[in-house]
Design a protein around this ligand. Sequence first.
Ligand SMILES: Cc1cc2nc3c(=O)[nH]c(=O)nc-3n(C[C@H](O)[C@H](O)[C@H](O)COP(=O)(O)OP(=O)(O)OC[C@H]3O[C@@H](n4cnc5c(N)ncnc54)[C@H](O)[C@@H]3O)c2cc1C
Length: 484
Amino acid sequence: MENIFDVIIVGAGAVGCAIARELSKYELKVAVLEKESDVAAGTSGRNSAVVHAGFNNKPGSLMAKFCVQGNLGFEKICRELSVPYKKTGKLVVAFEESDIQGIEKLMEAGRKNGTPGLELIGAEEVKKLEPHVGGIAAMFSKNTAITNPFIYTVALAENAVVNGVKFYLEAEVRGISKKDGVFRVKSAKGNFFSRYLINSAGLYSDKIAFMAGEPGYKIYPCRGQYYILDKRTRDYLKMPVYPVPRPGIGGLGVHLTPTMEGNILIGPSAEYIKTKSDYGVTKDVMKQLFKEAKELLPPLSLKHVIRSYSGIRSKIVGPKVGGFGDFIIEESYKVQGLINLIGIESPGLTSSIPISRMVRDIIGSKEELVEKREFINERKGILEFRELPIEDKARLIKECPDYGEIVCRCEGITRKEILDAINNPLGVKTLAGIKYRARAMMGRCQGGYCLTRIVDILTNEYGILPEEITVRGKNSRMFTGKVK
Ligand SMILES: Cc1cc2nc3c(=O)[nH]c(=O)nc-3n(C[C@H](O)[C@H](O)[C@H](O)COP(=O)(O)OP(=O)(O)OC[C@H]3O[C@@H](n4cnc5c(N)ncnc54)[C@H](O)[C@@H]3O)c2cc1C
């Protein structure tokens, strides 16, 4: 039987993919089962994309330890895997005297957690760093950075694939049993068998644990809504700007975050919801978001908004308790070989590499792990043509004329980049997959111009009928048939 592995990982978010990559360094047969049509389809593709520095987390917690470690190693992993990364720094701004106490608390937590580079600065220095931001003082965190969480997750997955890990997309796990030390995992893509089962299913990790015989966990979904602003706002903000956190249900407060691509994110809100798949945005919350964002950055206007989205936190603390829990990463006492990752909310993206090492160590404490001699630790991403000097562009167009055709005008994406995005190592051919890999359809017109051109490329180059093209896999066909 071919579906026999040493390790099965359920969930291809940033954490599942980091674990896959970490385990691919060893002589292990590893599979990742993901219910969606691409990686990063859950929370990992729907967050603030901040590489946190570790002062927000409770001293002594796993969150604090892994956030600081993750932050310190993030630049290196991004360099190795060709992932966008920018050490912007971050401001936590005080608007009233009482906020200063809040800042002192953060600095104290940062000191205990080992966060380097924290500094209390006055209003004048705030103005120098961010001329459009008000406030009477702020904490400046030198080590905070931003990244692209989708590309980060794709890069980890692609590097894992190159090193032998098998990814199965649209392979929802529907049942788990264990006999004679072997897990039998029933999925939408058939049955899989393994000695270890790693439950990295984010919002659904309680459900996977339950299926595997560990019923004690509960995840409370807590939604965060966002606005995305046009790149015309890029000069308003150089770094993430947060208010001083106030006690509440467990977010960091509505903040402003520049993206790697030059947009600004406003959000997230924090509201407990009933359904784990409810990615909607709501009028009242969005109105409040904009109001709070404008207090932080007065020049903002609603005309800058190009899109909205939401992400859902996997909380282990319910609305009555509020605040943050801690990451739970442990082997089940009841079901040997089942490693559960529960409550991986923020800073889970930042902490993904240290989390993956902890999972490796749990396995390593049970059996000897033999390092692969031929492990490849680097990955090349899609060349960003728009960022190159004119001479390099001219040379590339000569070498490959597909660089000479701009398909997405808003973002300046060439036909060659679209082709590279379609030919990805995971075999994803959805429109969302192309969009997030190549940045096409992400500009002001949101695909109004380039969508049909991308469809032409897919149909002509790959022999796919328009009716077969989906936005995000099953049940999301773009076209139903010809109109003329
Ligand atoms: C609003 C918001 C803002 C955030 N901002 C930040 C930030 O700035 N910095 C930071 O460090 N962290 C941030 N986080 C946290 C971070 O995004 C998460 O901690 C991280 O993405 C969790 O990754 P994951 O792999 O555990 O979960 P996910 O990305 O959710 O992955 C779990 C995967 O499991 C799959 N799955 C579920 N059930 C099944 C099944 N039955 N079969 C197969 N597959 C299944 C899902 O489809 C999903 O792809 C934020 C989170 C939110 C919600």
